[in-house]
Design a protein around this ligand. Structure first.
Ligand code: HXC
Length: 257
């Protein structure tokens, strides 16, 4: 399949999605989100894919939701179409997803990056929630996810002023896991994704589910959830393979079961 707003490739067991609306700095319109959901549906179904990377261009990961598409929208229209809710499907994926961010990740672009499991940033990355300057606020999770990433004070400042955060600050405060020279960003992200894709897929998916559980529950319940899933892992052939390979001093060959 070919897409108008995305470039889709596979590199080994990694699905690589490049946002591709260069004339609008990858502004996220409804077509792009629909195409992204279609691609992610396919990767989720494909047993050959173990990890997904979402990236943009050198200049912009994405400069936000498409302002031209939003500017004349009315309240009843946005209510009836449940505007933005389709974006949530990106966050509900079960396979791991890495955002590889260079340049602007603003508004909905920052929110899309935060829906991924972690963010690798080029040294050129700039993050921000500038919606306030447009007379609105973040609508795709920004007020909630940014606060969980960086804490209330910084999230509040960013949402109320619209100021951008550079890559160094984003790493210091924990919004991104690592900063990488821009020229190496996509290769490094694919390398990290390949490492994850070589692990046992059910183990990876259960680990993702367990980390995400910590956002939704108390510590005691989260620990209980982790323990139940941890015990369940001893039912996987891949646990025997992983620990057996260590004991035999060889590399494990996981079979995703
Ligand atoms: C539609 C956009 C756009 C956007 C940029 N463009 N961002 N179009 N929606 N979010 C378009 C510009 O109109 C312009 O088109 C082209 O991309 C290049 O942008 P320039 O502004 O000329 O580039 P530059 O001077 O380098 O400035 C880059 C920028 C600026 C600082 C990133 O483009 C900017 O401030 N963009 C808007 C950022 C923003 O407010 N994002 C939040 C959106 S609201 P032409 O045709 O003139 O060449 C949002 C809501 C989320 O995300 C809540 C629900 C999802």
């Amino acid at each position: 399949a070919s897409y108008e707003t995305l470039i889709v490739e596979t590199r080994g067991k990694v699905g690589l999605v490049t946002l591709n609306r260069p004339k609008a700095l990858n502004a996220l319109n409804s077509q792009l989100i629909a195409e992204l959901n279609t691609v992610l549906d396919g990767f989720e179904r494909d047993p050959g894919i173990g990890c997904i990377v979402i990236t943009g261009s050198e200049k912009a990961f994405a400069a936000g939701a498409d302002i031209m598409e939003m500017k004349d929208k009315t309240y009843p229209e946005s209510y009836l179409e449940d505007f933005i809710t389709s974006w949530d499907r990106v966050a509900q994926r079960r396979k791991p997803m890495i955002a590889a961010v260079a340049g602007f990740a603003l508004g909905g672009g920052c929110e899309l990056a935060m829906m991924c499991d972690f963010i690798l940033a080029a040294d050129t990355a700039k993050f921000g929630q500038p919606e306030i300057k447009l007379g609105v606020m973040p609508g795709a999770g920004g007020t909630q996810r940014l606060t969980r990433f960086v804490g209330k004070s910084k999230a509040m400042e960013m949402c109320l002023t619209g100021r951008m955060m550079d890559a160094a600050e984003a790493e210091r405060v924990g919004l991104v896991s690592r900063v990488i020279p821009a020229a190496e960003l996509v290769d490094e992200a694919v390398k990290v994704a390949s490492q994850i894709a070589d692990m046992s897929l059910p183990t990876v998916m259960m680990t993702k589910e367990s980390v995400n559980r910590s956002y939704e529950t108390t510590l005691a319940e989260g620990i209980r959830f982790e323990r139940r899933v941890f015990h369940a892992m001893f039912a996987l052939a891949d646990q025997k393979e992983g620990m057996g390979a260590f004991a035999e001093k060889r590399k494990p060959a996981f079979k995703n079961r």
